[in-house]
Write a protein that binds this ligand. Structure first.
Ligand SMILES: [Zn+2]
Ligand SMILES: [Zn+2]
Length: 159
């Protein structure tokens, strides 16, 4: 029997142990190994609190002198998304941004196309409706990325 008590590990970053379990479970399911590259990527991500993109993550390895190919970073991020360790996030430009779910909990984003301001929100009703719609279409959600683009209050006042 297994039971998890996060409170048993108050000295560790919140969610880290759980995240590892989630990631390991997905790798196992896909018959993939927890290679040292994947471990480094996982560890590095555990240190990040905010929004990041694949290239900035890759740069961190380069700065530390770790030999991890950009390609490996790009190929590992979808696995971290699927395992529920990461969620798609938002940032400036057309890049894909990510963040750790365990740092703030699942949330979605509103992005101001004028000021670049990002508003994070969580809505139980939207989450529930997404599930409901997917079920209706016999669709299995792996992860979702809900972003709303528009003008923030400040940007509208500038118009
Ligand atoms: Zn966010
Ligand atoms: Zn959501």
């Amino acid at each position: 029997m297994s039971s998890s008590h996060e409170s048993k590990f108050p000295d560790k970053p919140l969610g880290n142990e759980n995240d590892r379990k989630k990631f390991e479970a997905l790798l196992k399911k896909k018959n993939l190994k927890f290679t040292y590259e994947r471990k480094y990527i996982f560890e590095e991500i555990s240190r990040l609190k905010g929004h990041f993109d694949a290239d900035s993550l890759y740069e961190r390895f380069k700065e530390k002198g770790l030999r991890i190919a950009r390609d490996t970073v790009y190929r590992t991020l979808p696995l971290l998304l699927e395992s529920g360790v990461l969620q798609k996030s938002a940032g400036e430009g057309k890049r894909e941004y990510f963040e750790r779910i365990s740092s703030k909990g699942h949330h979605d984003h509103m992005i101001c196309i004028k000021t670049g301001r990002i508003i994070e929100f969580h809505c139980d009703e939207i989450e529930r409706l997404q599930e409901e719609i997917a079920r209706k279409y016999g669709f299995k959600i792996i992860f979702h990325d809900h972003r709303i683009f528009g003008l923030s209050k400040e940007a509208q006042e500038q118009e």
